[in-house]
Design a protein around this ligand. Structure first.
Ligand SMILES: Cc1cc2nc3c(=O)[nH]c(=O)nc-3n(C[C@H](O)[C@H](O)[C@H](O)COP(=O)(O)OP(=O)(O)OC[C@H]3O[C@@H](n4cnc5c(N)ncnc54)[C@H](O)[C@@H]3O)c2cc1C
Length: 355
C-alpha cells in the first residue's frame, strides 16, 4: 500500500543512471535542457563500478578514426543485426569525442596495452566520482531508489507520465516530462539493476522488440577433455561453425576452462553463436592453435614430432592428440589430404552475465 503520491515535472527525464543515462544527462544539461534522472538503485553507475576488472575500459584509441573510410571500417567491426546502425553513431560521436568528453569533465585517461584506455587512476570509481560531480555542478537531480514501473504517453502536455516505486519511503511517485530517454541497459548483470524492465517499458509504449541473446560471454562446450585442459591460455584462431560451415573467425588469446572456452576471440564470437543457438541450429566452436601454419606445414610438423605428441598414456595433451588426430599418417600411408587437426566442441549452452 502506498501512503501518498508526489508529482514532479522536468522537461527531460532519463530512466537509468548507467553509462548512457549519465552521459545523456550531462550533454542535455549542457544544451540548457532541464533534465533529471530516475534510478532504481541506491547509487549511480553500479555497473560501471564492475567494468574493466574494476578499472573501467573507457575506449580504445588503436581504432581511432580520422578519415571517412576509417570510420566505415571501424563501424563494420561492431556486432549488430542492424549493420547500418553503428556508422552514423560513430560519425557523430567517435573515439576522439569520447576522450574529449571525459577530459572536459576533468577525468584524464591513460592508455595501457593495445590502445585500451582507462581513467588515469585505473579505478572505475573515479568515473562515478566525476559523473557525480558533473551532475551536482549542473544541478541535475538524480532520484535514487526510484524504480520506474510504468510510463504512459499522452498527446497532451506533459507528454509522459512516469510512475515509480520508492522502496525506502514506501510511496509511489509520479514524474511528468516532455521528453523521455530510456537508458535502462540490457539484461546483463541483474544485480546491478539491469533486470530487463526497460524492455517492457519500451514495448508498452509501442516499440518493437528484438529478442535479446547473450553476447560477450564464455562458451560452454561438450568436449570430454575440457576439465583436463582447464587453465591453458594460447594464441590461436577460433571459428564458429553453423551447421558445419564457418560463419565467423577471430584471432587472439584463447582460454581453456573446465566448462569450455573464454578469452577475447571467444567473447567476440559468442553473440553469433547465441543467435544461431536460439534458432535451434547446430553450433560448433573449432579452435586452431597453429593459425599461422598451413595444413601441409602442420602435418609436416606433426609427423616430425609424432613420437613426442602421440605416445599413448603420457599426459593429457598426448591422450587428446591420439584421440583427435588418429594414427600416425606414416602408418596410414602418409595421407596428406586429411584436415588440419583442431579441437572441436558442440556448444550446449551460453552463459549470460559473464565477461
Ligand atoms: C562485468 C562487465 C564488465 C564490463 N566491462 C566493460 C568495460 O571495461 N568497458 C566498456 O565499455 N564496457 C564494459 N562493459 C559493458 C558496459 O558495462 C555496458 O555496455 C554499459 O554499462 C551499458 O550502459 P547502459 O547505460 O546502457 O546500461 P547500465 O550501465 O546497465 O545502466 C542501466 C541503469 O538503469 C537502471 N534501471 C534499469 N531499469 C530501471 C527501471 N525500471 N527504473 C529505474 N532504473 C532502472 C539500472 O539500475 C542501471 O543503473 C562491461 C559489462 C560487464 C557486465
Amino acid at each position: 500500500m502506498h501512503d501518498y503520491q508526489t508529482f514532479l515535472h522536468h522537461k527531460l527525464i532519463i530512466i537509468g543512471a548507467g553509462a548512457s543515462g549519465l552521459m545523456a544527462a550531462v550533454t542535455a544539461r549542457d544544451l540548457g535542457i532541464d533534465t533529471a534522472i530516475l534510478e532504481g538503485n541506491d547509487r549511480i553507475g553500479k555497473k560501471i563500478a564492475m567494468t574493466g576488472d574494476g578499472r573501467c575500459n573507457i575506449t580504445n584509441d588503436s581504432t581511432m578514426t580520422g578519415t571517412d573510410d576509417e570510420v566505415v571500417a571501424l563501424s563494420s567491426q561492431y556486432h549488430s543485426s542492424q549493420a547500418k546502425f553503428p556508422l552514423p553513431v560513430l560519425q557523430q560521436f567517435g573515439i576522439r569525442q569520447t576522450i574529449d568528453f571525459f577530459n572536459m569533465l576533468g577525468l584524464p585517461l591513460t592508455k595501457l596495452k593495445e590502445g585500451l584506455m582507462y581513467p588515469m587512476s585505473l579505478q572505475a570509481a573515479s568515473v562515478l566520482d566525476i559523473f557525480e560531480l558533473a551532475l551536482e555542478e549542473r544541478n541535475v537531480p538524480v532520484y535514487l531508489n526510484n524504480k520506474v514501473l510504468d510510463v504512459t504517453v499522452s498527446t497532451d502536455h506533459p507528454r509522459f507520465k512516469i510512475t515509480c516505486r520508492n522502496e525506502t519511503e514506501e510511496q509511489q511517485i509520479v514524474y511528468t516530462s516532455e521528453y523521455l530517454f530510456i537508458c535502462t541497459g540490457g539484461l546483463t548483470g541483474q544485480n546491478a539493476g539491469t533486470d530487463g524492465s526497460g524492455y517492457a517499458l519500451a514495448q508498452n509504449m509501442g516499440h518493437a522488440m528484438v529478442e535479446p541473446v547473450p553476447a560477450i560471454v564464455q562458451l560452454k562446450v561438450q568436449y570430454p577433455y575440457m576439465k583436463a585442459l582447464s587453465g591453458i591460455k594460447l594464441q590461436g584462431r577460433a571459428h564458429i561453425l553453423v551447421n558445419g560451415e564457418i560463419v565467423r573467425s577471430e584471432t587472439g588469446e584463447i582460454h581453456f576452462a573446465d566448462y569450455g572456452f573464454s578469452g577475447p576471440p571467444i567473447l567476440q564470437l559468442s553473440r553469433i553463436a547465441a543467435v544461431h543457438l536460439s534458432k535451434g541450429d547446430s553450433v560448433t566452436v573449432s579452435v586452431d592453435l597453429m593459425p599461422s601454419r598451413t595444413k601441409e606445414e602442420v602435418i609436416e610438423f606433426l609427423e616430425m614430432n609424432w613420437g613426442t605428441f602421440a605416445t599413448p598414456g603420457r599426459g593429457i595433451l598426448r591422450r587428446i592428440f591420439t584421440q583427435e588426430a588418429g594414427p600416425c599418417p606414416a602408418e596410414r600411408g602418409r595421407n596428406r589430404s586429411r584436415a588440419k587437426p583442431t579441437l572441436p566442441g558442440s556448444l550446449v549452452e551460453n552463459e549470460r552475465d559473464l565477461l
